[in-house]
Design a protein around this ligand. Structure first.
Ligand SMILES: Cc1cc2nc3c(=O)[nH]c(=O)nc-3n(C[C@H](O)[C@H](O)[C@H](O)COP(=O)(O)OP(=O)(O)OC[C@H]3O[C@@H](n4cnc5c(N)ncnc54)[C@H](O)[C@@H]3O)c2cc1C
Length: 387
């Protein structure tokens, strides 16, 4: 489809030249490197190992962070990159989100100078992969109950416990692990080669298949005293990282939705039934029109939150509005686009069902829709309804 068809509102005019250039560079990478192969990666439940190095060269890992080999772009540019990556596949965007906004951000924001020097440059370059272990088998939406422990032994720390659903887990060289200590929840920078650290992949996934999802086991993992992130105390540490990653999702989900609409539009104009292209039927046009309205609204919402972030900050409940709306609408768009594709829509040849199934994970991670509704309910009423 010509690009202007997918930008009827001329949102492009709201972007700077630099933002458009970054967006176009990531789009070109996705078109060349990801689009031709993603159907197969999804089917095989894999993605090529060398992709991390290529994404590092592209400069998208931790691109909104300053220093240590990071690109230091504004938040909108980072969001636009997420949009293009997720137009390729949510698994690709997840890898970049976890690396940049969870693993790198946790070290960048809460780490010591030594931790930053050691890990950030190699993570930015894609020479090392990072992961972020907060969720546990019994504590997902309620991470405050986490049971992984970090106990002092002399000057060292000993970690025990398990983490579940960890993106990049088995591929990671370093893990940020959140654990309970006698002074509350603290974060630890854990080289995954440390004895007692193991990661096993979750198989049989029906969603986010081109992304690694792992369980992590920590069995007497011995770490030096300086493995703790000095500037994160309590749950606000991991929640601060999650806000960063959720921001990328707000843009990313609209990338997936745009790709679905693009695919459905192309199909609708060429598929003939009852002697006409199906695009000529009013019922099809109503679907396309409604989807485009939700897409443009979602893109504008993302851009608004991006400008807020660049101009002093965005509050967690504002992020909740974006994550709740944009993922919910993206999944609706993906499912509706699949209906336009008819039977052809059920194979990997077309993207909408792959996006829809990926977005099931995106709906759940980084705070489920219900958790974001509760966050907004609390912001509106002043009453917490979590318990
Ligand atoms: C593909 C994938 C990748 C992930 N990557 C990571 C990662 O890299 N690092 C990491 O730490 N975690 C990761 N996660 C974990 C993710 O954040 C959790 O799955 C999520 O927080 C939900 O937790 P849960 O799956 O245990 O569901 P639960 O918390 O058990 O929730 C189940 C259902 O109950 C609802 N519910 C729970 N509490 C309430 C309530 N108070 N009121 C109303 N409804 C409620 C939820 O909304 C949901 O619908 C990933 C998950 C997936 C699927």
């Amino acid at each position: 489809m010509p690009q202007h068809v997918l930008d009827l509102l001329t949102v492009d005019a709201l972007l700077t030249e630099e933002e458009r250039a970054i967006r176009d560079t990531v789009r070109a990478f996705v078109d060349k490197r990801v689009r031709p192969e993603i159907g197969q990666w999804f089917e095989d439940g894999t993605s090529p190992k060398e992709l991390a190095g290529e994404l590092g060269e592209l400069g998208v890992f931790g691109m909104h962070l300053e220093g240590y080999g990071c690109a230091g772009t504004n938040a909108v540019s980072y969001g636009l990159a997420c949009m293009e990556l997720e137009a390729g596949d949510s698994g690709l965007r997840s890898m970049v989100s976890v690396q940049g906004s969870l693993s790198m951000y946790s070290i960048w924001k809460y780490g010591s100078e030594e931790q930053k020097q050691e890990w950030l440059p190699q993570l930015a370059a894609g020479l090392a992969i990072g992961c972020f272990g907060l969720t546990e088998p019994d504590f997902g939406s309620n991470p405050s109950g986490l049971r992984t422990t970090a106990v002092r032994r002399g000057g060292d720390w000993v970690l025990n416990g398990s983490k579940m659903w960890i993106t990049n887990g088995s591929a990671a060289a370093v893990a940020t692990i959140w654990a309970r200590t006698d002074e509350g929840i603290r974060g630890f920078v854990v080289p995954t080669a440390t004895p007692g650290f193991t990661a096993t992949d979750v198989h049989h996934k029906l969603s986010l298949r081109a992304s690694i999802t792992s369980a992590i086991y920590l069995d007497d993992v011995l770490l030096p005293a300086d493995a703790m992130l000095p500037r994160a105390q309590g749950l606000s540490g991991p929640l601060g990282c999650l806000s960063e990653a959720r921001f990328g999702i707000i843009f990313g989900a609209m990338g997936a939705a745009r790709d679905c609409l693009d695919s459905a539009l192309g199909y609708a104009t060429s598929r003939v039934q009852f002697d006409k292209p199906i695009a000529a039927f009013q019922l099809t046009q109503a679907k396309l029109a409604d989807m485009s309205v939700e897409l443009y609204k979602g893109v504008l919402l993302a851009l608004h939150l991006g400008r807020l972030k660049d101009n002093g900050g965005v509050r967690p409940e504002q992020i909740s509005i974006g994550k709740l709306n944009n993922v919910r609408e993206a999944i609706e768009i993906a499912r509706t686009c699949r209906t336009i594709l008819g039977g052809s829509g059920i194979t990997t040849e077309y993207s909408p069902l792959r996006h829809a199934s990926n977005l099931e994970s995106v709906l759940t991670y980084e705070g489920t829709s219900e958790v974001h509704q509760l966050a907004l309910g609390q912001a509106l009423t002043g009453i917490s309804a979590y318990r």
